[in-house]
Design a protein. Structure first.
Length: 155
């Protein structure tokens, strides 16, 4: 009986530690998200010439999605790229997707506190971060974020 009680106590302690670590990591991710949303507008950040050439000037009818990825990211190419393509097909006249290589665009990675690839940052028409998704973001989620960014810009 004493051995069973000891095992139960150890199990409960391990569970409490795991719960604490999960809570701590969620707070960390939320803090990173808030810092990313408070980042300076894209127009004030240093970007490579390749990225700058692929982005249109500020257009109050367009939302930009920065798609952070890397060449060896399987999830980026198999899941995120098709979801972004569906967003473009659905909102072709109001959205632009800009592919960002997270391994070379260090300043953008730092500015938007990118923690993993794929990550997507939805920018409103003024270049201000409206939403950030760490990891895969499905089409529906991205469409809702684009629509919210458009409503925010037109109000």
């Amino acid at each position: 009986m004493l051995e069973m009680l000891l095992r139960l106590t150890v199990l409960l302690c391990i569970g409490a530690v795991v719960q604490f670590l999960i809570s701590l990591s969620r707070r960390f991710i939320e803090a990173q998200r808030q810092q990313a949303l408070a980042a300076a507008p894209l127009s004030t950040l240093a970007v490579s010439d390749t990225i700058a050439a692929s982005m249109p000037e500020i257009d109050l009818s367009r939302v930009r999605i920065l798609a952070f990825k890397s060449a060896d990211c399987r999830q980026c190419h198999q899941l995120q790229d098709p979801a972004l393509q569906r967003v473009v097909e659905a909102r072709w006249d109001t959205v632009t997707v800009v592919d960002i290589d997270a391994t070379t665009e260090y300043e953008l990675v730092q500015a938007y506190h990118v923690l993993t690839v794929p990550s997507t940052v939805v920018l409103d028409a003024t270049g201000q971060a409206h939403a950030i998704n760490y990891g895969f973001a499905n089409t529906q989620c991205l469409l809702e974020q684009v629509d919210e960014a458009l409503v925010k810009t037109t109000c």
